[in-house]
Write a protein that binds this ligand. Sequence first.
Ligand code: ADP
Ligand code: MG
Length: 352
Amino acid sequence: FDMFVLAYVERIFRPTYKRDDIVLGKKLGEGSFGMVYRASLGKKQSSKDGEIVLKKATEYGAVEIWMNERVRRACANSCADFMYGFLENSPKKGAEYWLIWKFEGESTLADLLQSKEFPYNVEAMILGEVQDLPKGMERENRIIQTIMRQLLFALDGLHSTGIVHRDIKPQNVIFSEDSRTFKIIDLGAAADLRVGINYIPKEFLLDPRYAAPEQYIMSTQTPSAPSAPVATALSPVLWQLNLPDRFDIYSTGLIYLQMAFPSLRTDNALIQFNRQLKRCDYDLIAWRQTVEPRASPELRRGFELLDLDGGIGWQLLTSMVRYKARQRISAKAALAHPYFVREGLLALSFMQ
Ligand code: ADP
Ligand code: MG
């Protein structure tokens, strides 16, 4: 009995759906490669799987279904709960891939970041009723830390499976109301390097606001898409050499930055930050030195937050946002970083 048999049996016993089972609701998103709707399962509805999200995808739908199936089996908790994907041939639009997920909740991290209440609005969601604790920097730090831990946990699941997401941004992080945790969505630009699926990076899919400076996930010396069996044999080596997972780490570092600095939460501010950082040769420490002397009180407060506990947050941030992929921390190593580890914090305070 091996993995393939299990996967096969799982597929047979899983419910399947077709066009007529799905009742469309309001539109949630519209990208160049598909549309996303809130929807429900009319007659097929059981108490648990009634509320769904439907994506009608064109070119990359097949890859996205493949990625979601793989995540479902290998690291289910990392991403939104994928239910089913199928090819739908419509007479008007031609071939379309339809993908359905459980509706995880109303808010993406982008929505939550837009609120003046952030991060307290998230605390309420994670903990349910919020105790009447004093609001202050320590408390904000704890909430942001929890979000970062959940994000890195989800990312570590993907990376350990061999998947690089390549489009990590607050819009692609959803708060799952059932599990009270953040999950990753939108595997439309993802690459699975272990089996060579979507091996040739589609740079044009990448969001420049959150993309790491390296344009190509794999170095240009990497041979172009080998056949699947060859890729399986080669890719662990390529993974080691090129560390493609660190692309996602850079993007996650930018999310951390936006959580710490309210003034960097708008698109324009982030674009301006990227320009400044580029001028500093992607050296975050140099960036800090240029902006801190004439920083607004708001910006200064962000640095203060990152400087808590001996600057352990700032240390984590600077190990994620680095020019060279090789010098960026991995998701797994980040989870073991003293920023997340109480004992580490204690050890650190003894050392200082
Ligand atoms: P796009 O390719 O349009 O970016 P996404 O997969 O990111 O497609 O979905 C678009 C939007 O739909 C997301 O930003 C989110 O608001 C919402 N969404 C996607 N999946 C889910 C889900 N499982 N539960 C709740 N909302 C979702
Ligand atoms: Mg998206």
